[in-house]
Design a protein around this ligand. Structure first.
Ligand SMILES: [Zn+2]
Length: 472
């Protein structure tokens, strides 16, 4: 309906009466203008410069030196802190920057049993619903294949100065704007030795009672040249864990990122991978999944494994390894655009609804949904898809489904002709500015699906121990 109305608005503009057009044309949803303003601030050249500077510290291994202004992890995090602090002035006092220091247990061979980590955290306080939090992080630490002494060169351009640059650039793009929810931008330490920095952060947020409604880990988001010689720069891979079924919070967040990209980032796709991570590898989103928070990982479409975690060498007379000259900053900027669009959409929108229950009417093929809406929802809509479809295929605004209050002030809506047994249904909120929340779904009916006799219940996916040289 709104699409038709805006088409009429264009006709009036073409007729040549700007005043009439101004009065008659409905305003574009405010969220579209807000996201466009943020996207316009993303600068590929600055992303390239951030990656080059981070590589210039030689190594950012968690055990590398901290007594220098130009080399090692200590210099890297002081530089990152200064970059985030330079953004504070644009935020009307809502952005604060801190270092989170912790001592984390470590089980990795060749490492001490306790490792000190320092995360760099920038927090853009929300206005109206500051207790709801969205996090984007990249890990600024790096490693090579020699060992864990923190001494050899480990530029870590793609893994993961690229993801760190995305978190920093997203902070720059979003800090001047106001959001209902709080946004947190993080450069994580100690990822390569067992997700140490993100564990410290996720646990602290959980202990503080933060309502983390989404975490995006950007890790390995800078290489577009596949090992097959083909250039891959039209999509990112979005990994999400699910302990059971296909509708975990993380999968819901992954679909929300896909929605935001389709709406705001033309010509670039979020490719949903319905798997927690790549084979044999892990990342910082795992720490948030473990605390029960929706979390996803963004990675480039085709990795060049021959460069990750390598000691610097020469091939064909040229330097070889995870170096900044092999990072495609224009691509990394596209990943930053998806991050910015996703965070802006979700942090502007109300929180997701709470779906209490769903049932199939026994006398006809209609689905009834019972749910609660949060304060501040200007509207809501229903979505559904076949159980085998990766993403939502049907959307209906609530007006058409005529929700009505139940005795307990919950809402009851009937989706006519939707056979619940065959599809997944969900509800999402619409903000006054046209933004959309994550989709909330009712519980799946088959949580205790049959297993072969004598076989133990499957454990939720667990990340394997990191292996030297094979990457994480
Ligand atoms: Zn990494």
């Amino acid at each position: 309906m709104s699409r038709r109305a805006s088409a009429i608005g264009w006709v009036l503009v073409a007729a040549g009466s700007p005043l009439l057009a101004q009065q008659a044309a409905p305003a574009a949803p405010a969220i579209d203008n807000k996201v466009a303003a943020a996207l316009a601030r993303i600068d590929p050249a600055r992303i390239a410069s951030t990656i080059r500077t981070l590589c210039g510290f030689g190594t950012r291994h968690v055990l590398s030196r901290t007594d220098s202004d130009t080399e090692g992890t200590g210099a890297a995090r002081q530089w990152l802190r200064a970059q985030f602090e330079a953004i504070v002035a644009s935020s009307s006092g809502r952005l604060t920057v801190e270092l989170q220091a912790a001592t984390m247990p470590c089980v990795r061979a060749g490492m001490p049993r306790e490792v000190p980590i320092v995360n760099v955290i920038a927090t853009l306080r929300g206005v109206g619903d500051a207790g709801r939090v969205y996090v984007v992080g990249g890990h600024y630490d790096s490693r090579n294949s020699t060992g864990e002494d923190g001494k050899g060169a480990a530029p870590g351009a793609d893994d993961d100065a690229s993801g760190t640059a995305v978190a920093l650039e997203a902070c720059r793009a979003l800090a001047p704007l106001e959001f209902a929810a709080t946004l947190v931008f993080v450069a994580y330490d100690g990822e390569e030795q067992g997700l140490l920095g993100s564990q410290a952060h996720a646990r602290a947020l959980a202990a503080a009672g933060a309502r983390v409604d989404g975490m995006i880990a950007c890790d390995i988001v800078g290489n577009t040249l596949g090992m097959d010689g083909v250039r891959y720069d039209g999509c990112l891979r979005c990994f999400s864990y699910a302990a059971t079924g296909n509708d975990s919070f993380g999968r819901s967040l992954a679909r929300a990122a896909g929605y935001a990209a389709r709406r705001h980032v033309a010509g670039f796709e979020v490719k949903l991978i319905q798997r927690g991570d790549r084979y044999g590898r892990g990342g910082d989103h795992r720490s948030f999944f473990d605390e029960g928070f929706p979390a996803v990982r963004f990675s480039e479409p085709r990795e060049d494994f021959s460069r990750q975690h390598q000691d610097l060498t020469e091939r064909g007379g040229a330097p070889y390894g995870d170096l900044p000259e092999f990072v495609d900053a224009a691509y990394t900027a596209k990943v930053a655009r998806v991050v910015v669009a996703t965070l802006a959409e979700l942090a502007s929108a109300p929180p997701p609804p709470r779906v209490i229950n769903a049932r199939l009417c026994r006398d006809r093929y209609d689905t009834e949904l019972v749910y609660e809406l949060p304060a501040g929802a200007a509207g809501h809509e229903f979505v559904w898809r076949e159980t085998t479809a990766p993403d939502w295929t049907h959307v209906v605004e609530a007006g058409a489904a005529a929700p009505r209050p139940t005795r307990s002030d919950r809402l009851l809506a009937t989706l006519g002709g939707v056979c619940l047994d065959d599809v997944v249904v969900g509800v999402r909120c619409i903000g006054a500015d046209g933004s959309r929340s994550r989709v909330a779904t009712p519980p799946e009916p088959d949580r205790f699906a049959q297993r072969p006799r004598g076989e133990a219940a499957p454990a939720p996916e667990t990340p394997p121990a990191p292996e030297p040289g094979t990457g994480k």
